[in-house]
Design a protein around this ligand. Sequence first.
Ligand code: SAM
Length: 274
Amino acid sequence: MVDATTGQGGHSVLFGKNLGPAGVIIGLDVDKEAIQRAQFILKDLSCKVILLHSNFSRISEEVHEQEIEKVDFILADLGLCSAQLADSRMGLSFLQDMPLDMRIDKRIKRTAADIVNKADEKSLADLIYEFGQDRASRRIARFIVRQRKSGPIKTTGQLAKIVCRALGKASRGHRSRIHPATRTFQALRIAVNDELENLKELLDSSPGLLKKNGYIAVISYHSLEDRQVKYNFKQNEKDSIYRIITKKPLVPGREEIAENRRARSAKLRIAQKQ
Ligand SMILES: C[S@@+](CC[C@H](N)C(=O)[O-])C[C@H]1O[C@@H](n2cnc3c(N)ncnc32)[C@H](O)[C@@H]1O
């Protein structure tokens, strides 16, 4: 199987325990430190574990480089781990003040600060609208451009405050369900890490990598990703390549959300190769 988003290795451990010595897990992650941690967590599994610091957009190349032609299962649990959100080197959180970075893979050249300080106002507004689905995108972009005239925006805290000011909301004690800066931060993260393009490449490569009756399972956390997965599976079903197992996505119940609040937006879709 391929765990396309190994993270803390939680899913790989569960699957690995059931695979036995004949099984092989190829684990990918763009976060080098996650791969190093997973190496330790997965060391006692009896199956073979191959962990690679790689983007899942390269899934075909990575699997073929291991001289494996096809796999039984592809799993992708998109987005981020809680540890990454809290890690100041990632620069992802608006709840703590961190350098405005957002590159999960440090091999990427352009940071969120580069975009925020260099993009023209229209491009910024379009990005916040397209990837953040924030209807106040123009106003937020205007406030960012005005603010950066008096010096570069360097931290997540600075950016969060600017967005709150643009929306006329306080950064603490806001009433809405989500923090006012959530959508702008999501937009920048998607842009910096090229998330939608990577997902497209993963979805496009998967049919060619799966054995007959093999499965692909994708957990997404926002509607832009989920829409992509949904349409890819539907198109592949139309072309008799997949059979969709989850007519509606599986979502966590109340108890699971109470235990793990970050799971609240998760949607799991599964398809089987015909
Ligand atoms: C939600 S976490 C996965 C958690 C994992 N399932 C576990 O049990 O610990 C998502 C992981 O995907 C990684 N990731 C995000 N985009 C990626 C990509 N394009 N290619 C490979 N890994 C990616 C992140 O670095 C993060 O570690």
